[in-house]
Design a protein around this ligand. Sequence first.
Ligand code: NAD
Ligand code: MG
Length: 376
Amino acid sequence: MTMMKKIGLLGSTGSIGRNVLRVAETHPERFCLAYLTANTRVDELIAQSLKYRPQTAVIADEGGYAALCAGLAGTGIRCEAGAAALADIAQDGEADVVLNAIVGAAGMLPTLAAVKAGRDVALSNKESLVMAGELINHICRTSGARIFPVDSEHSAIWQCLGGEQDRDVEKIILTGSGGPFLRRDLSTFDTITPAEALRHPNWSMGAKITVDSATMFNKGLELIEAFHLFHLEPSRMEILIHPESIVHSMVQFRDGSVKAQLGVPDMKVPIQYALTYPEHLLSDWPRLDLAAVGTLHFEQPDLRRFPALELARSALEKGKTYPAVFNMANEQAVGRFLKGEISFPQITHAVRTALEAHEPLDSLSREDLMSLCKLN
Ligand code: NAD
Ligand code: MG
């Protein structure tokens, strides 16, 4: 017998959020929405709420509260506002699984609140794990909450690990497309415009992760994310460039056997798996046609082109609060790059400078992490 699963969707108006709603409407007998949340796009949140009928709609930006209440008047849908309301609903909202599709460090407190309450989290917000992976894992061990990866690479590794034993794993190989600047002349990197960085060859995503894919900070964040999900020392995690984005990642075993997970680049697949694990539900989305793809390419990443990869590895090896600073410094630099305030290479420069200046904290309490969010 199958049960209706109530999804608490944080960040419903984003690229991932909208795909979650598409997955939910593909299987109306399996999924319903407990709540929807957005940052500022109140009109879209109202339209989504009228269509998917959650119990509650939350707008993080309090300026949107009056419009939200007016738009949902008479529907019986409860309206809430403010950043604190996000953590409250992640903790207390009546959801069987919390799907966190918020972008950036703003997603950390809701993740912590959900796992503290013992709620399973389908996690797209990788920044949560990068900032507070140890704390989240610690809380999960006591509360019994589980983290199900949504990120396509981590979903691939998770699927490859199915039925295997930890001790048989030699290493994991995270693939990344290399983004739009894989072949661009390095001497022209300081002229890269936000519009150029926002043009990803294979994936359609939100602005921040698209820039992160161009710098490969995204793969750096994913390396740290993988560490907290799969518990392998950094030397057993590799990054490989794969421009076609068909092989989503791989696991190599100690007898030399390698398992890979493949598919068309479509986030609905890993989103759905995070919601239905260990089941694969029937869906009519486009199938992979390898004969049409023809050839797959792989190459080692060039660390001069993508210095973010080395910064990530060093932040992970140093541990403590270094990964949190790695994330915060990048997040702020990407914001400034998108506003035209700094150049593309200055993103990496800003992160390197922040890491060099950082005095690490030994403890990783929620309060320390919060103060890091403010300080940087
Ligand atoms: P997006 O910018 O399209 O959407 C972000 C969502 O978060 C929106 O609903 C927005 O309202 C909400 N939000 C933004 N700032 C907020 C704040 N301060 N407080 C509360 N809510 C806020 O981003 P996205 O591309 O959907 O990415 C979301 C997350 O998923 C990121 O962590 C990203 O790294 C990860 N991810 C995305 C993809 C993808 O294909 N887009 C793939 C893998 C992982
Ligand atoms: Mg990814």
